[in-house]
Design a protein around this ligand. Structure first.
Ligand SMILES: [Zn+2]
Length: 214
């Protein structure tokens, strides 16, 4: 007899967390039972040898794939370095790889993020920008929302004179299902401050993103 989750008990206490998305978190057993249900839904037998441990592995993998819910982006960007010897020009971190899941089908979308900003009060460690991308990628996402969220949190933390975020990604929900258009990519941008106000700054950012690498 395969246990199947009927519904999550409504009386369960809301998990205390700083993250507003985390409500009524199921137990490990409930998560594993849900995976068995989906294996059955796909048409396979969750009790056969190769799949017997799969629910346990999937539940564990989810903790990593979706760990962005348990992290605070503001904590990543809390250290601002003000001593930059008068550096005022654009800081650009490009080709930050990420792996996310679309919130409509829970299928991966994979790509690169590019972040440029003009500092005002200081700069952050360059690796912190990559960590912010990773945090938002490890949630159920749309590419559009993720682009805006990255721009928002950097804007709040750094108060830069301008910020530009460009994300390009391939969506498996377009490649593997639906229209099955393999190789198509989606590009989203957010321009704030002087990037929004001055199209020449958008061109400069885009040219630097697309220029030949080292
Ligand atoms: Zn999708």
């Amino acid at each position: 007899m395969i246990p199947v989750v009927k519904s999550l008990s409504v009386e369960r206490a809301v998990t205390p967390s700083a993250d507003k998305f985390l409500v009524g978190k199921p137990t490990q057993e409930e998560a594993e039972a849900a995976v068995r249900t989906l294996i059955l839904w796909a048409g396979d037998d969750p009790s056969r040898e190769g799949l017997a441990e799969t629910p346990q592995r999937v539940a564990k993998a989810y903790k990593e794939l979706y760990k962005g819910y348990g992290e605070d982006p503001h904590a990543i960007l809390d250290r601002v370095f003000e001593e930059v010897d008068g550096y005022q020009d654009m800081v650009l971190v490009r080709d930050i790889p990420f792996y996310s899941h679309c919130e409509h089908h829970m299928v991966p979308f994979v790509g690169k993020a590019h972040i440029g900003y003009y500092p005002s009060q200081g700069v952050v460690g360059l690796s912190k920008l990559a960590r912010v991308v990773d945090l938002y990628a490890r949630r159920l996402q749309t590419q559009e929302a993720m682009t805006a969220q990255i721009a928002d949190v950097i804007e709040e933390a750094l108060k830069p004179r301008g910020i530009a975020v460009l994300i390009e990604a391939e969506h498996m929900c377009m490649s593997m299902r639906g229209v099955q258009k393999q190789g198509s990519s989606t590009m989203t941008t957010q321009y704030r401050g002087l990037f929004r106000d001055d199209p020449a700054e958008q061109v400069r950012f885009f040219t630097m993103v697309k220029s030949a690498g080292l």
